[in-house]
Design a protein around this ligand. Structure first.
Ligand SMILES: Nc1ncnc2c1ncn2[C@@H]1O[C@H](COP(=O)(O)OP(=O)(O)OP(=O)(O)O)[C@@H](O)[C@H]1O
Length: 344
């Protein structure tokens, strides 16, 4: 673990349950100043719940235990919008339909700073301008429904960053947009984060996005950490079969992450790989109320052995800041994606 002074956000033993059924099962991680941490994993892994727990915004009916502290302070709700802010999947849910966008940004400014209405309004227009909204003065007077999807998401990024928080949490911030807009909006998010010096916790199932934007990666499966570490280490030499499976389902160019840094398309290794069908991981993740005993990934794992079916793996250290929860992590081949590729 890093020295406490280097940690901005600290999560320890986080558990989240509905009606006694745990969807997040003991998660611990840190976020350091200015770093981008990606939470990845298939649908249902518990990524969104974890993201919401960081903001003290769990859904109704959820019970939680463990600790989440921002600069040592556990009162997350009091820090929301000020030191930690959310960019949600669906921009409409973050914006009120009955107020002009500029007014909403100005209200966000005035909720934390004692400034005049005029000054707050000027900051709102400047924030809209910074995220690339054309004719920001006029657009500030428009309502969310008068914005396109991409513009709304930019406005939400402006809203999340306007008070220069320490941490921005973005939960699949571009899934509602088409591919070209996704790229643009991610660039805006990255630039704004950089500009205000915030750390970013990015929930995504898009591993291409992770490669482009993340410093560290936390891979989740069935509410648990499978692997966590510097992005270059986790992608360059994944130690958990599940991480390898996620990487194996990327298109070949992206899939080269788990190789030897060789992007030469004439290399026999890549040429061979292109001839093979790119698989996804067979089967699907278990529901929280139907977890198998032992390692939750065991029923889908190509390296499964008897012990995996009855004993949950504990985290092991695979390198500097690189943790993996797998009984057989030191037997995972390199490149690990071979575990999931069909023979040529
Ligand atoms: N409001 C809720 N009520 C009951 N169960 C819930 C609720 N929200 C989440 N869950 C349970 O928690 C699990 C994890 O949900 P979560 O939204 O965190 O997954 P995720 O990894 O973000 O997946 P996705 O990529 O589909 O959003 C769900 O599969 C579901 O079983």
């Amino acid at each position: 673990m890093p020295p406490a002074s280097d940690v901005l956000l600290s999560v320890r033993g986080l558990r989240i349950a509905f009606d006694g059924v745990e969807a997040v099962r003991g998660l611990s991680f840190d976020v350091r100043p200015r770093e981008v941490l990606a939470l990845v994993g298939e649908s249902g892994a518990g990524k969104s719940l974890t993201a919401r727990a960081l903001l003290g915004m769990l859904p109704e009916g959820a019970t939680s235990s463990g600790t989440v502290r921002l600069r040592g302070d556990a009162d997350l709700a009091a820090q929301r919008g000020r030191r930690i802010a959310l960019v949600p999947q669906d921009a409409l849910s973050a914006l009120s339909p009955v107020h002009p966008v500029g007014d909403q940004l100005a209200a966000a400014v005035r909720s934390v700073a004692r400034v005049s209405r005029k000054e707050a309004r000027a900051r709102a227009v400047a924030a809209l301008d910074r995220v690339g909204i054309p004719d920001a003065v006029r657009r500030a007077r428009a309502y969310p429904h008068e914005y396109s999807g991409g513009m709304r998401q930019r406005a939400v990024i402006a809203m999340a960053t306007i008070n220069e928080p320490d941490v921005v949490v973005a939960d699949e911030p571009t899934t509602a947009l088409d591919a070209e807009l996704q790229e643009q909006v991610l660039r805006v998010l990255a630039a704004q984060r950089e500009a205000v010096g915030a750390a970013l916790v990015l929930v995504t199932h898009d591993l291409g996005v992770v490669r482009e934007h993340a410093d560290r990666v936390l891979v989740m499966y069935a509410g648990r950490q499978v692997e966590q570490g510097p992005a270059a280490a986790v992608w360059g030499r994944p130690r958990a079969p599940y991480t390898a499976g996620l990487l194996a389902s990327l298109p070949p160019d992206d899939g080269d992450l788990d190789g030897h840094g060789d992007s030469d398309s004439d290399s026999p290794r890549l040429a061979g790989r292109r001839r093979r069908r790119l698989p996804s991981i067979p089967g699907s993740p278990p529901a929280p109320d139907a977890l198998p005993p032992g390692c939750a990934f065991a029923p889908r794992c190509p390296l499964v052995e008897d012990r995996c079916r009855h004993e949950e793996p504990r985290p092991s250290t695979a390198g500097d800041g690189h943790e993996v929860s797998c009984h057989r992590w030191d037997e995972v081949p390199h490149p690990a994606t071979e575990l999931f590729l069909e023979p040529a």
